[in-house]
Design a protein around this ligand. Structure first.
Ligand code: ZN
Length: 429
């Protein structure tokens, strides 16, 4: 039976509030989304002018849309942006006029293999206008003249993004990046900003004990991460030790993890270990299946080591980029489970460390009160863990490696390390 908690309810209601907003790479949909998220987290909003060169790309013109429809010869609106914002081809330039059915068809996009779903299609970098509709509706269009109106603007403006840092004891940063550029779709993408916002809220509540600093980034996908990196790369290369692209985290499917190109970065080791020790099944994807902002964060020379912890991976589920990725596809419980899995991973980032045993040859634990005076099964296990930690801590192996070698969840070692530190038996290498 699914347990409905306060957090899962709050997460789902934020997702529901953001769902109707028509987001895109740029424009008021992004701004409105960020202003809703600002109620939860201290977002710092930036605007970058259209035409700005960002590495090999250029910030595009800003797109906004008020309304769009196609009226059939019968007078009926057969395609209506107001009934579902997926009906408009993203970045459609303005258009008003009458066209024949065959002219109209040049501007219609459907998915014949999913005839009852509206596909999500964009044309960011070539000026076009168009509509997306169910293939079943497309087949019903009758000959005649159609009235088309797209009340949009596509002109120089700016690209909007937001970020903020939750400072910890050290300047070493963990990056949490998510995107805010898709219209009404729940798993890809709104689960990303929702899980990220609640993750930030959790870290802010525990800020006084944080070792690392956490940088949260809310951007439009691809051009947003390229823009962000072009402005912050030097700082990030100096301070970031890894992180995540948060996306597709709201459906109840088993977890998926996409690794960095090296497959052995700290984030890879941590996430694989946490999943292996927390759930029965998970899917592991290598970087050849990349598709989101990890492309930019892990580009050669950028090398920031961001992985992606998801549920159903984008492009791998049939609802992906269609009208079926809706509010019923994600669940409050799945959102909270994803949040908790991220918290678990970050907790390992916080507590993993490399220690060196301070005593030559085996330390005598008994005289320090660390060895059980009575031998039970439990006391045997716990003293074995303590001696394992001491025996493997040569100043080179971190707790994660020791945990893997000794087949124990790494979090079992955290309180033991604390105890040994208090007795000066180990020191951080
Ligand atoms: Zn997408």
């Amino acid at each position: 039976m699914a347990i409905v908690t306060e957090t899962s309810t709050e997460m789902y209601s934020l997702l529901k509030e953001l769902f109707p907003i028509c987001r895109s790479l740029t424009g008021d949909g992004v701004r409105k989304t960020l202003s809703v998220l600002q109620r939860y987290v201290p977002l710092k909003i930036s605007e970058v002018a259209s035409g700005t060169a960002v590495f090999d790309w250029t910030v595009p013109d800003e797109w906004n849309i008020k309304d769009a429809f196609v009226r059939a010869p019968s007078g009926e609106k057969v395609i209506d942006f107001k009934s579902n914002n997926l009906h408009i081809l993203g970045y459609s330039e303005p258009f008003k006029g009458e066209v024949t059915l065959s002219e109209l068809k040049q501007h219609l996009y459907t998915s014949p293999e999913k005839p009852d779903l509206i596909p999500y299609v964009t044309s960011y970098y070539k000026r076009r206008w168009g509509f997306c509709l169910k293939h079943s509706d497309f087949l019903n269009l009758k000959d005649g003249r159609y009235e088309v109106e797209i009340d949009s603007t596509l002109k120089p403006g700016s690209l909007t993004y937001a970020d903020f840092v939750i400072p910890g004891k050290t300047k070493k940063e963990i990056i949490i990046s998510t995107y805010v550029c898709h219209p009404s779709m729940a798993n890809n993408e709104l689960s990303g900003p929702v899980v990220s916002a609640f993750l930030a809220k959790h870290l802010i509540e525990h800020q006084s004990s944080l070792k690392h600093s956490y940088r949260f980034i809310f951007i439009p996908e691809t051009i947003g991460s390229i823009t962000y990196l072009s402005r912050n790369l030097e700082h990030l290369k100096q301070h970031a030790i890894g992180g995540y692209v948060v996306t597709c985290a709201g459906d109840p499917a088993p977890f998926s993890y996409m690794m960095t190109p090296s497959e052995n970065a700290l984030v890879d080791r941590i996430t694989r270990h946490v999943l292996k020790n927390s759930v029965e099944h998970f899917n592991l994807y290598d970087f050849s299946t990349r598709g989101s902002d990890e492309r930019q964060y892990n580009a050669p020379g950028v090398d920031l080591n961001l992985g992606s912890l998801m549920r159903s991976k984008y492009a791998e589920y049939k609802e992906y980029h269609t009208s079926a990725d809706d509010l019923s596809f994600v669940t409050p419980q799945a959102l909270e489970e994803s949040l908790n899995m991220y918290i678990k991973c970050l907790d390992v980032f916080e507590n993993n460390a490399t220690y060196r045993c301070q005593v030559l040859c085996e330390p005598q634990l008994g005289k320090r009160g660390l060895y059980p005076t009575i031998s039970t099964r439990e006391s045997g296990i716990s003293s074995r863990r303590m001696t394992n930690l001491l025996a493997y801590s040569n100043g080179e192996r971190d707790l994660l490696e020791i945990a893997e070698k000794t087949r124990v969840p790494v979090w079992e070692y955290f309180p033991i390390a604390k105890q040994l530190l208090e007795h000066d038996l180990i020191v951080e290498a």
